[in-house]
Design a protein around this ligand. Structure first.
Ligand SMILES: NC(=O)c1ccc[n+]([C@@H]2O[C@H](COP(=O)([O-])OP(=O)(O)OC[C@H]3O[C@@H](n4cnc5c(N)ncnc54)[C@H](O)[C@@H]3O)[C@@H](O)[C@H]2O)c1
Length: 381
Protein backbone atom coordinates (compact mmCIF):
# COMPACT_ATOMS: atom_id res chain seq x y z
CA UNK A 1 0.00 0.00 0.00
CA UNK A 2 1.32 3.42 -0.86
CA UNK A 3 1.59 5.98 1.96
CA UNK A 4 -1.09 8.20 0.41
CA UNK A 5 -3.68 5.42 0.82
CA UNK A 6 -3.16 5.17 4.57
CA UNK A 7 -6.44 5.46 6.47
CA UNK A 8 -8.42 6.17 3.30
CA UNK A 9 -11.65 4.30 2.62
CA UNK A 10 -11.29 1.29 0.33
CA UNK A 11 -12.83 1.94 -3.09
CA UNK A 12 -15.10 -1.01 -3.77
CA UNK A 13 -17.40 -2.33 -6.49
CA UNK A 14 -20.31 -4.72 -5.96
CA UNK A 15 -21.47 -7.69 -8.02
CA UNK A 16 -25.14 -8.54 -7.27
CA UNK A 17 -27.30 -6.84 -4.67
CA UNK A 18 -29.75 -5.35 -7.17
CA UNK A 19 -33.39 -4.34 -6.59
CA UNK A 20 -35.18 -6.76 -4.26
CA UNK A 21 -32.03 -8.69 -3.35
CA UNK A 22 -31.46 -9.68 0.26
CA UNK A 23 -27.83 -9.71 1.29
CA UNK A 24 -26.38 -7.01 -0.99
CA UNK A 25 -28.09 -4.29 1.04
CA UNK A 26 -26.76 -5.85 4.25
CA UNK A 27 -23.22 -5.77 2.82
CA UNK A 28 -23.66 -2.12 1.92
CA UNK A 29 -24.80 -1.26 5.45
CA UNK A 30 -21.91 -3.29 6.88
CA UNK A 31 -19.35 -1.47 4.73
CA UNK A 32 -20.84 1.90 5.70
CA UNK A 33 -20.86 1.32 9.45
CA UNK A 34 -17.23 2.17 10.19
CA UNK A 35 -16.60 4.47 7.22
CA UNK A 36 -13.91 2.19 5.82
CA UNK A 37 -15.37 1.82 2.30
CA UNK A 38 -16.55 3.92 -0.57
CA UNK A 39 -18.90 2.05 -2.92
CA UNK A 40 -18.16 3.58 -6.31
CA UNK A 41 -18.99 0.91 -8.90
CA UNK A 42 -21.28 -2.01 -9.46
CA UNK A 43 -22.78 -4.65 -11.70
CA UNK A 44 -25.78 -5.13 -9.47
CA UNK A 45 -27.86 -7.53 -11.53
CA UNK A 46 -27.73 -9.85 -14.51
CA UNK A 47 -30.21 -7.40 -16.06
CA UNK A 48 -28.44 -4.19 -17.25
CA UNK A 49 -31.61 -2.15 -16.62
CA UNK A 50 -31.85 -3.36 -13.04
CA UNK A 51 -28.15 -2.73 -12.52
CA UNK A 52 -28.63 0.90 -13.65
CA UNK A 53 -31.73 1.23 -11.45
CA UNK A 54 -29.71 0.09 -8.41
CA UNK A 55 -26.87 2.46 -9.32
CA UNK A 56 -29.29 5.38 -9.53
CA UNK A 57 -30.82 4.54 -6.14
CA UNK A 58 -27.36 4.42 -4.63
CA UNK A 59 -26.38 7.71 -6.22
CA UNK A 60 -23.47 6.28 -8.19
CA UNK A 61 -21.91 7.86 -11.25
CA UNK A 62 -23.72 6.10 -14.16
CA UNK A 63 -20.35 5.62 -15.88
CA UNK A 64 -19.35 3.34 -13.02
CA UNK A 65 -22.51 1.21 -13.18
CA UNK A 66 -21.95 -1.67 -15.54
CA UNK A 67 -24.07 -4.13 -17.48
CA UNK A 68 -22.09 -7.15 -16.30
CA UNK A 69 -19.35 -8.03 -13.82
CA UNK A 70 -17.00 -8.73 -16.75
CA UNK A 71 -17.51 -5.18 -17.99
CA UNK A 72 -17.03 -3.79 -14.51
CA UNK A 73 -13.67 -5.53 -14.05
CA UNK A 74 -12.50 -4.46 -17.50
CA UNK A 75 -13.75 -0.89 -17.16
CA UNK A 76 -12.29 -0.40 -13.70
CA UNK A 77 -8.92 -1.95 -14.56
CA UNK A 78 -8.60 0.58 -17.40
CA UNK A 79 -8.96 3.55 -15.03
CA UNK A 80 -5.98 5.27 -13.36
CA UNK A 81 -4.84 3.37 -10.28
CA UNK A 82 -5.91 6.06 -7.84
CA UNK A 83 -9.46 6.10 -9.24
CA UNK A 84 -10.29 2.49 -9.95
CA UNK A 85 -11.84 0.17 -7.38
CA UNK A 86 -9.46 -1.72 -5.12
CA UNK A 87 -11.83 -4.49 -4.04
CA UNK A 88 -14.93 -6.32 -5.19
CA UNK A 89 -17.86 -7.45 -3.04
CA UNK A 90 -19.65 -10.50 -4.46
CA UNK A 91 -23.25 -11.01 -3.32
CA UNK A 92 -24.72 -13.07 -6.13
CA UNK A 93 -26.29 -16.55 -5.97
CA UNK A 94 -23.75 -19.31 -5.34
CA UNK A 95 -23.10 -20.24 -8.99
CA UNK A 96 -21.92 -16.65 -9.66
CA UNK A 97 -19.18 -16.62 -7.01
CA UNK A 98 -16.41 -18.44 -8.87
CA UNK A 99 -16.38 -16.44 -12.14
CA UNK A 100 -16.16 -12.94 -10.66
CA UNK A 101 -13.87 -14.07 -7.81
CA UNK A 102 -11.21 -15.56 -10.07
CA UNK A 103 -11.44 -12.76 -12.64
CA UNK A 104 -11.30 -10.02 -9.99
CA UNK A 105 -8.30 -11.56 -8.23
CA UNK A 106 -6.47 -12.01 -11.53
CA UNK A 107 -7.23 -8.39 -12.44
CA UNK A 108 -5.54 -7.31 -9.19
CA UNK A 109 -8.58 -6.63 -7.00
CA UNK A 110 -9.17 -7.89 -3.47
CA UNK A 111 -12.35 -9.93 -3.08
CA UNK A 112 -14.93 -10.24 -0.32
CA UNK A 113 -17.53 -12.84 -1.23
CA UNK A 114 -20.54 -14.36 0.45
CA UNK A 115 -20.83 -18.03 1.34
CA UNK A 116 -20.76 -20.82 0.35
CA UNK A 117 -17.49 -20.19 -1.49
CA UNK A 118 -18.78 -21.87 -4.66
CA UNK A 119 -20.58 -24.96 -5.93
CA UNK A 120 -17.79 -27.58 -6.20
CA UNK A 121 -14.39 -28.39 -4.72
CA UNK A 122 -12.75 -28.07 -8.15
CA UNK A 123 -14.03 -24.49 -8.52
CA UNK A 124 -13.11 -23.73 -4.90
CA UNK A 125 -9.55 -24.83 -5.63
CA UNK A 126 -9.43 -22.44 -8.59
CA UNK A 127 -10.49 -19.52 -6.39
CA UNK A 128 -7.88 -20.44 -3.77
CA UNK A 129 -5.17 -20.71 -6.47
CA UNK A 130 -6.13 -17.32 -7.91
CA UNK A 131 -5.96 -15.76 -4.44
CA UNK A 132 -2.50 -17.24 -3.94
CA UNK A 133 -1.03 -16.42 -7.33
CA UNK A 134 -2.46 -12.89 -7.41
CA UNK A 135 -1.28 -12.00 -3.90
CA UNK A 136 -4.64 -10.29 -3.37
CA UNK A 137 -6.72 -10.77 -0.23
CA UNK A 138 -9.87 -12.89 -0.09
CA UNK A 139 -12.52 -12.84 2.64
CA UNK A 140 -15.62 -14.98 2.92
CA UNK A 141 -18.54 -13.45 4.81
CA UNK A 142 -19.30 -16.16 7.32
CA UNK A 143 -20.63 -13.20 9.26
CA UNK A 144 -21.45 -15.03 12.47
CA UNK A 145 -17.75 -15.11 13.36
CA UNK A 146 -18.06 -11.31 13.59
CA UNK A 147 -20.16 -11.51 16.78
CA UNK A 148 -18.21 -10.52 19.91
CA UNK A 149 -19.63 -13.36 21.99
CA UNK A 150 -18.57 -15.90 19.38
CA UNK A 151 -15.01 -14.59 19.73
CA UNK A 152 -15.38 -14.75 23.52
CA UNK A 153 -16.43 -18.39 23.24
CA UNK A 154 -13.55 -19.10 20.87
CA UNK A 155 -11.01 -17.50 23.21
CA UNK A 156 -12.39 -19.38 26.19
CA UNK A 157 -12.58 -22.80 24.54
CA UNK A 158 -9.20 -22.55 22.84
CA UNK A 159 -7.43 -21.39 26.00
CA UNK A 160 -8.68 -24.50 27.79
CA UNK A 161 -11.40 -22.67 29.72
CA UNK A 162 -13.85 -25.58 29.45
CA UNK A 163 -11.21 -28.31 29.67
CA UNK A 164 -10.81 -30.93 26.97
CA UNK A 165 -13.65 -30.67 24.46
CA UNK A 166 -15.87 -33.76 24.49
CA UNK A 167 -19.14 -32.77 22.78
CA UNK A 168 -20.03 -30.31 20.03
CA UNK A 169 -23.54 -29.43 18.83
CA UNK A 170 -24.16 -27.04 15.95
CA UNK A 171 -27.71 -26.41 14.86
CA UNK A 172 -29.17 -24.09 12.24
CA UNK A 173 -32.96 -24.24 11.98
CA UNK A 174 -35.22 -22.13 9.79
CA UNK A 175 -38.83 -22.63 8.69
CA UNK A 176 -39.25 -20.44 5.62
CA UNK A 177 -38.99 -23.30 3.08
CA UNK A 178 -41.55 -25.61 4.70
CA UNK A 179 -43.84 -24.95 1.68
CA UNK A 180 -42.72 -25.02 -1.98
CA UNK A 181 -42.60 -21.22 -2.24
CA UNK A 182 -40.07 -21.55 -5.08
CA UNK A 183 -42.98 -22.67 -7.27
CA UNK A 184 -44.57 -19.24 -6.95
CA UNK A 185 -41.29 -17.58 -7.96
CA UNK A 186 -40.11 -16.30 -4.56
CA UNK A 187 -36.75 -14.84 -5.57
CA UNK A 188 -34.55 -16.14 -2.77
CA UNK A 189 -36.20 -19.59 -2.74
CA UNK A 190 -36.06 -19.87 -6.53
CA UNK A 191 -32.29 -20.13 -6.94
CA UNK A 192 -31.66 -21.77 -3.56
CA UNK A 193 -33.71 -24.82 -4.63
CA UNK A 194 -32.17 -25.09 -8.10
CA UNK A 195 -28.99 -27.20 -7.92
CA UNK A 196 -27.53 -25.50 -11.01
CA UNK A 197 -27.50 -22.21 -9.07
CA UNK A 198 -27.32 -23.22 -5.40
CA UNK A 199 -24.85 -26.07 -5.87
CA UNK A 200 -25.57 -29.64 -4.78
CA UNK A 201 -26.55 -28.76 -1.21
CA UNK A 202 -29.82 -27.07 -0.31
CA UNK A 203 -30.18 -26.28 3.39
CA UNK A 204 -26.84 -28.03 3.78
CA UNK A 205 -25.02 -25.45 1.63
CA UNK A 206 -27.13 -22.44 2.48
CA UNK A 207 -27.03 -22.64 6.27
CA UNK A 208 -25.22 -25.89 7.11
CA UNK A 209 -21.95 -24.33 5.96
CA UNK A 210 -22.43 -21.45 8.44
CA UNK A 211 -22.93 -23.93 11.30
CA UNK A 212 -19.93 -25.97 10.16
CA UNK A 213 -17.62 -22.97 9.88
CA UNK A 214 -18.73 -21.62 13.26
CA UNK A 215 -18.16 -24.98 14.93
CA UNK A 216 -14.59 -25.26 13.63
CA UNK A 217 -13.92 -21.57 14.33
CA UNK A 218 -14.95 -21.72 17.98
CA UNK A 219 -13.72 -25.20 18.87
CA UNK A 220 -10.40 -24.81 17.05
CA UNK A 221 -10.83 -28.42 15.96
CA UNK A 222 -11.61 -29.80 12.54
CA UNK A 223 -14.30 -32.28 11.60
CA UNK A 224 -12.36 -35.38 10.54
CA UNK A 225 -15.14 -37.86 9.83
CA UNK A 226 -18.89 -37.59 9.37
CA UNK A 227 -22.06 -39.51 8.70
CA UNK A 228 -24.78 -37.58 6.91
CA UNK A 229 -28.51 -37.94 6.28
CA UNK A 230 -30.36 -35.56 3.94
CA UNK A 231 -34.06 -35.14 3.26
CA UNK A 232 -36.28 -33.17 0.93
CA UNK A 233 -39.49 -32.86 2.90
CA UNK A 234 -41.04 -30.90 0.04
CA UNK A 235 -41.39 -33.75 -2.46
CA UNK A 236 -40.92 -31.66 -5.62
CA UNK A 237 -37.72 -30.06 -4.31
CA UNK A 238 -34.48 -30.92 -6.12
CA UNK A 239 -32.15 -30.17 -3.18
CA UNK A 240 -32.21 -31.12 0.47
CA UNK A 241 -34.22 -28.94 2.83
CA UNK A 242 -32.98 -30.77 5.91
CA UNK A 243 -29.68 -32.41 6.86
CA UNK A 244 -28.46 -34.23 9.96
CA UNK A 245 -24.79 -35.05 10.44
CA UNK A 246 -22.86 -37.07 13.03
CA UNK A 247 -19.37 -35.66 13.61
CA UNK A 248 -15.98 -36.77 14.84
CA UNK A 249 -13.53 -33.97 15.65
CA UNK A 250 -9.74 -33.83 15.39
CA UNK A 251 -9.33 -33.49 19.17
CA UNK A 252 -11.44 -36.57 19.91
CA UNK A 253 -14.80 -34.87 20.54
CA UNK A 254 -17.97 -36.11 18.89
CA UNK A 255 -21.19 -34.30 18.11
CA UNK A 256 -23.91 -33.40 15.68
CA UNK A 257 -24.74 -30.73 13.12
CA UNK A 258 -28.30 -30.12 11.99
CA UNK A 259 -29.40 -27.75 9.23
CA UNK A 260 -33.07 -27.47 8.35
CA UNK A 261 -35.30 -25.03 6.50
CA UNK A 262 -38.56 -26.84 7.21
CA UNK A 263 -38.89 -26.14 10.95
CA UNK A 264 -42.14 -24.19 10.63
CA UNK A 265 -42.14 -20.98 12.63
CA UNK A 266 -38.43 -20.97 13.37
CA UNK A 267 -36.77 -17.78 12.08
CA UNK A 268 -32.96 -17.93 12.20
CA UNK A 269 -32.15 -20.49 14.87
CA UNK A 270 -28.40 -20.82 14.69
CA UNK A 271 -27.16 -22.34 17.94
CA UNK A 272 -23.77 -23.59 19.06
CA UNK A 273 -23.05 -25.61 22.18
CA UNK A 274 -19.67 -27.04 23.15
CA UNK A 275 -18.97 -29.02 26.32
CA UNK A 276 -15.63 -30.05 27.79
CA UNK A 277 -14.33 -31.83 30.85
CA UNK A 278 -14.62 -28.67 32.99
CA UNK A 279 -17.70 -26.91 31.59
CA UNK A 280 -19.27 -25.60 28.43
CA UNK A 281 -20.35 -22.67 26.28
CA UNK A 282 -23.78 -22.09 24.77
CA UNK A 283 -24.73 -19.39 22.24
CA UNK A 284 -27.77 -18.61 20.09
CA UNK A 285 -27.84 -16.19 17.18
CA UNK A 286 -31.31 -14.90 17.99
CA UNK A 287 -29.97 -13.71 21.33
CA UNK A 288 -26.36 -13.06 20.33
CA UNK A 289 -25.23 -10.88 23.21
CA UNK A 290 -25.58 -13.64 25.78
CA UNK A 291 -22.85 -16.25 26.05
CA UNK A 292 -23.65 -18.86 28.67
CA UNK A 293 -20.52 -20.24 30.29
CA UNK A 294 -21.17 -23.44 32.21
CA UNK A 295 -18.95 -24.64 35.04
CA UNK A 296 -18.64 -28.22 36.24
CA UNK A 297 -18.84 -27.40 39.92
CA UNK A 298 -20.62 -24.06 40.01
CA UNK A 299 -23.43 -21.91 38.75
CA UNK A 300 -23.36 -20.90 35.10
CA UNK A 301 -22.66 -17.30 34.14
CA UNK A 302 -23.84 -15.15 31.26
CA UNK A 303 -21.18 -13.01 29.61
CA UNK A 304 -22.17 -9.96 27.59
CA UNK A 305 -20.27 -7.63 25.28
CA UNK A 306 -19.19 -4.16 26.33
CA UNK A 307 -18.17 -5.22 29.84
CA UNK A 308 -14.66 -5.01 31.25
CA UNK A 309 -14.49 -8.74 31.94
CA UNK A 310 -14.67 -9.88 28.30
CA UNK A 311 -11.50 -10.92 26.49
CA UNK A 312 -9.49 -8.83 24.04
CA UNK A 313 -10.98 -10.43 20.95
CA UNK A 314 -14.62 -9.77 21.91
CA UNK A 315 -13.73 -6.30 23.19
CA UNK A 316 -12.18 -5.34 19.87
CA UNK A 317 -15.43 -6.16 18.04
CA UNK A 318 -17.72 -4.11 20.28
CA UNK A 319 -18.64 -0.48 19.62
CA UNK A 320 -20.98 0.29 22.52
CA UNK A 321 -21.00 0.11 26.32
CA UNK A 322 -22.65 -2.94 27.89
CA UNK A 323 -26.43 -3.14 27.62
CA UNK A 324 -26.65 -1.60 24.15
CA UNK A 325 -27.42 -4.57 21.90
CA UNK A 326 -25.31 -5.10 18.82
CA UNK A 327 -26.25 -7.73 16.28
CA UNK A 328 -26.35 -8.91 12.70
CA UNK A 329 -25.26 -5.69 10.97
CA UNK A 330 -22.44 -5.01 13.43
CA UNK A 331 -21.22 -8.61 13.10
CA UNK A 332 -21.12 -8.23 9.33
CA UNK A 333 -19.39 -4.86 9.69
CA UNK A 334 -16.72 -6.46 11.88
CA UNK A 335 -15.77 -8.75 8.99
CA UNK A 336 -15.77 -5.84 6.52
CA UNK A 337 -13.74 -3.58 8.78
CA UNK A 338 -11.16 -6.27 9.49
CA UNK A 339 -10.83 -6.78 5.74
CA UNK A 340 -10.31 -3.04 5.15
CA UNK A 341 -7.66 -2.97 7.88
CA UNK A 342 -5.84 -5.86 6.24
CA UNK A 343 -6.01 -4.15 2.83
CA UNK A 344 -4.51 -1.01 4.40
CA UNK A 345 -1.82 -3.04 6.16
CA UNK A 346 -3.02 -2.03 9.62
CA UNK A 347 -2.66 -4.14 12.70
CA UNK A 348 -5.53 -6.58 12.95
CA UNK A 349 -6.96 -9.24 15.19
CA UNK A 350 -5.82 -12.82 15.01
CA UNK A 351 -8.21 -14.53 12.60
CA UNK A 352 -9.71 -11.23 11.43
CA UNK A 353 -12.09 -12.71 8.87
CA UNK A 354 -13.00 -16.10 7.36
CA UNK A 355 -10.57 -17.17 4.65
CA UNK A 356 -10.70 -18.87 1.27
CA UNK A 357 -9.38 -22.03 2.95
CA UNK A 358 -12.38 -22.03 5.28
CA UNK A 359 -14.55 -21.64 2.18
CA UNK A 360 -12.87 -24.67 0.65
CA UNK A 361 -13.60 -26.66 3.80
CA UNK A 362 -17.23 -25.60 3.63
CA UNK A 363 -17.56 -26.88 0.07
CA UNK A 364 -15.75 -30.11 1.01
CA UNK A 365 -18.17 -30.48 3.93
CA UNK A 366 -21.19 -30.23 1.58
CA UNK A 367 -19.71 -32.85 -0.73
CA UNK A 368 -18.78 -35.18 2.14
CA UNK A 369 -22.28 -35.07 3.64
CA UNK A 370 -23.80 -35.80 0.23
CA UNK A 371 -21.37 -38.69 -0.36
CA UNK A 372 -22.03 -40.10 3.09
CA UNK A 373 -25.80 -39.95 2.78
CA UNK A 374 -25.72 -41.50 -0.68
CA UNK A 375 -23.36 -44.32 0.36
CA UNK A 376 -24.90 -44.69 3.81
CA UNK A 377 -21.48 -44.77 5.46
CA UNK A 378 -18.95 -42.67 7.36
CA UNK A 379 -16.80 -40.40 5.18
CA UNK A 380 -13.46 -38.70 5.93
CA UNK A 381 -13.22 -34.93 5.65
N1 LIG B 1 -23.91 -14.47 5.14
C1 LIG B 1 -25.22 -14.55 5.23
O1 LIG B 1 -25.77 -14.53 6.32
C2 LIG B 1 -26.03 -14.66 3.97
C3 LIG B 1 -27.41 -14.43 4.03
C4 LIG B 1 -28.12 -14.49 2.82
C5 LIG B 1 -27.50 -14.82 1.65
N2 LIG B 1 -26.16 -15.08 1.65
C6 LIG B 1 -25.47 -15.43 0.39
O2 LIG B 1 -25.47 -14.28 -0.43
C7 LIG B 1 -25.63 -14.63 -1.79
C8 LIG B 1 -26.85 -13.90 -2.36
O3 LIG B 1 -28.01 -14.30 -1.65
P1 LIG B 1 -29.34 -13.38 -1.62
O4 LIG B 1 -30.27 -14.02 -0.66
O5 LIG B 1 -28.98 -11.97 -1.43
O6 LIG B 1 -29.86 -13.61 -3.11
P2 LIG B 1 -30.86 -12.67 -3.94
O7 LIG B 1 -31.50 -13.55 -4.94
O8 LIG B 1 -31.72 -11.90 -3.00
O9 LIG B 1 -29.88 -11.63 -4.66
C9 LIG B 1 -28.96 -12.01 -5.64
C10 LIG B 1 -28.61 -10.80 -6.49
O10 LIG B 1 -27.59 -11.17 -7.42
C11 LIG B 1 -27.95 -10.66 -8.71
N3 LIG B 1 -27.30 -11.44 -9.77
C12 LIG B 1 -27.56 -12.69 -10.19
N4 LIG B 1 -26.74 -13.03 -11.20
C13 LIG B 1 -25.94 -11.96 -11.41
C14 LIG B 1 -24.89 -11.67 -12.32
N5 LIG B 1 -24.48 -12.57 -13.22
N6 LIG B 1 -24.29 -10.45 -12.26
C15 LIG B 1 -24.67 -9.52 -11.36
N7 LIG B 1 -25.66 -9.74 -10.47
C16 LIG B 1 -26.28 -10.94 -10.50
C17 LIG B 1 -29.47 -10.74 -8.74
O11 LIG B 1 -30.02 -9.91 -9.74
C18 LIG B 1 -29.77 -10.25 -7.33
O12 LIG B 1 -29.75 -8.84 -7.29
C19 LIG B 1 -25.74 -16.15 -1.81
O13 LIG B 1 -24.49 -16.71 -2.10
C20 LIG B 1 -26.15 -16.51 -0.40
O14 LIG B 1 -25.73 -17.80 0.01
C21 LIG B 1 -25.44 -15.01 2.78
Amino acid sequence: MSADQEGKPVRIGMVGGGPGAFIGAVHRMAMALDGRYQLIAGAFSSSPEKSQEAGRELGLDPARVYDSWQQMLEGEAALPEDQRIEAVSIVTPNHVHHGPSVAALNAGFHVICDKPLTISSALAEEIASAAKSSGRLFALTHNYTGYPMIREARELVQSGGIGRVLKVYAEYLQGWLVDPIEESGQKQADWRTDPSRSGPGGALGDIGTHAFQLLEHVSGEQVTRLFGHRSSFVPTRKVDDDAMVLLEMSGGATGTLTASQVCAGRENGLRLRIYGTEGGVEWEQENPNDLRVLKKDGAFEVRRPGNAYVGASAASLTRLPGGHPEGYLEGFANIYTAFAREIRGEQNLEHPYPTVEEGQRGVAFIEAVIASSEQNQWVQL
